[in-house]
Design a protein around this ligand. Structure first.
Ligand code: C2O
Ligand code: CU
Length: 490
């Protein structure tokens, strides 16, 4: 991206000097306006390294697709999915201000940050009440494509659009453009109003699907890109439910990173991208007028998610070789002595009856007994290792699923005994996907891994980040109804 001159408008936006003023050239929405995504098909981007920023969680009317009326979206800022960029080594200093009518927080998904900044109400901080603020300050230790979202009432808050993108840039040359594409289906009716985010039918099966598929909050947007250029494409699945089989037509794309973690470039056929998962591609665009489409092949009929349209004189004349990102610098798990923790993913209608539940101790030392109902649903459909959230309205924390001494290798085997797929995610650490029994995938680093029906997936990581960390399915209705637990690193 920092290579020679991509489109002027975009550089202005990324450079971020008065991001909204610059972005007005391409349609940055103003406060109070009906805020759709930008007409360029690109998300608004702000460079934030070292600079304090405020992120307001607020309701904004957004026109989606061909709907007849606006959608009362909940956004971090004024337009869907703000993109914040910083360079590796720069600090993040973001103050969340809650202008919603219920409490919220920010969880920085995939970032190996300090526990007190992890944004999980009643686990790492108290919820941020309406009218209140909370300062998140840390330096992300790894480059990558991350996102952020709340962690209570997630089906509704995340479902209404409350999410943003965090990009930590590494030093790498050779990209002429760098595009972020956020995939999300909205649970909206034709008049723009939201449909129920949770249904028993969906929560107890594959999840409740949205009615309107979008990329960057637009239906199959066209994005203008330089011709004959090396394009970096960062694709994020920020849907609560949908799993895609993502491929590219019109160019040979190479997969260069998973969940922000570099891997040796691999020619892309398709990659199965579950909720919360990210994939990064590099491709060479065709001559001016040529098109490259991002396609989901998972559906019965392939669905075009977005189209890149090449324009201008060709940037490059040399043959295309995929650009490799610098390999991740992550602690290598030591499998020799590590015992395997079996975590069975199963259906369960009954909440586990734990004896003598311990109070919750926050990183700042505060002790609390009960969570509130926004953070604990009364429904139970799923279990991890045979355990759900506790009896009696779930307002207690269950005991940890696992505990590790700092520095030891955690080795986990997920076994899916259900007929549904589960994208399993854990906080505070990046794991190595060592083996999978069904879906063929290379060994790679990730923070979220799909576990297919009847599949066994083995992961390992060095438990080097002290604190209490959540572990859950990222199909949000599954997470909310039992498929969530936590582990402790001391
Ligand atoms: Cu996106 Cu608990 O995670
Ligand atoms: Cu699940």
């Amino acid at each position: 991206m920092r290579g020679a001159g991509p489109a002027l408008t975009r550089r202005a936006v990324v450079a971020g000097a008065g991001a909204c003023a610059a972005a007005a050239l391409i349609g940055c929405s103003r406060r109070g306006a009906s805020a759709g995504a930008m007409s360029s098909g690109r998300l608004a981007e702000t460079r934030i390294g070292g600079q304090p920023i405020t992120i307001a969680a607020q309701e904004r009317a957004v026109m989606l697709g061909a709907n007849s009326g606006p959608t009362p979206a909940w956004l971090f800022g004024d337009a869907p999915f703000p993109v914040y960029r910083l360079r590796l080594g720069e600090s993040l200093d973001a103050t969340l201000t809650n202008r919603l009518k219920e409490h919220t927080s920010i969880h920085w998904h995939g970032v190996r940050g300090p526990n007190a900044m992890d944004g999980v109400p009643y686990v790492t901080q108290m919820p941020v009440l309406p009218g209140e603020s909370f300062a998140y300050r840390f330096t992300p230790p790894d480059p990558g494509t991350y996102f952020f979202h709340p962690h209570c009432d997630t089906a509704a808050q995340f479902g209404r659009g409350l999410a943003g993108v965090l990009i930590v840039e590494e030093d790498v040359e050779g990209f002429d453009d760098d595009i972020v594409l956020v995939l999300k289906d909205w649970r909206v009716a034709k008049d723009g109003r939201f449909l129920p985010f949770v249904t028993d039918e969906g929560a107890s099966r594959g999840g409740t699907f949205g009615a309107l598929r979008t990329a960057n909050a637009l239906v199959a947007p066209d994005l203008t890109v330089p011709a004959g250029a090396n394009i970096r494409l960062r694709v994020l699945n920020l849907d609560s439910t949908r799993v895609g089989d993502i491929g590219v037509e019109g160019a040979q794309a190479h997969l260069i990173a998973i969940d922000g973690n570099a891997l040796a470039p691999m020619a892309l056929q398709t990659w199965r991208l579950g909720p919360a998962m990210r994939m990064e591609l590099v491709l060479r665009t065709p001559e001016a007028g040529g098109k490259v489409t991002l396609v989901d092949y998972f559906a019965r009929e392939p669905v075009t998610l977005a189209t890149l349209i090449a324009a201008g004189a060709a940037k490059r004349s040399t043959a295309f070789t995929p650009i490799a990102l610098p390999p991740p610098k992550l602690p290598e798990p030591d499998l020799s002595g590590a015992e395997i923790h079996e975590l069975k993913l199963s259906a369960s209608a009954i909440a586990t009856d734990y004896a003598g539940l311990a109070p919750i101790v926050l990183p700042d030392g505060r002790t609390i007994d009960l969570m509130d109902t926004l953070c604990s649903t009364s429904r139970t459909f799923w279990a991890i290792d045979g355990k759900t959230w506790p009896q009696n309205g779930h307002e207690h924390m269950p005991p940890p699923l696992m505990s590790f001494t700092r520095g030891t290798t955690a080795r986990i085997r997920f076994t899916n005994t259900t007929p549904h797929v589960h994208p399993m995610h854990l906080h505070g650490h990046t794991f190595k996907v060592l083996s999978t029994s069904k879906l063929k995938r290379p060994i790679h680093w990730a923070d979220t891994v799909l576990v297919m029906p009847e599949e066994r997936v083995e992961i390992a990581f060095v438990a080097d980040n002290p604190g209490n960390w959540m572990l859950h399915c990222h199909i949000i209705e599954h997470q909310d109804t039992g498929m969530m637990g936590w582990f402790r690193v001391t």
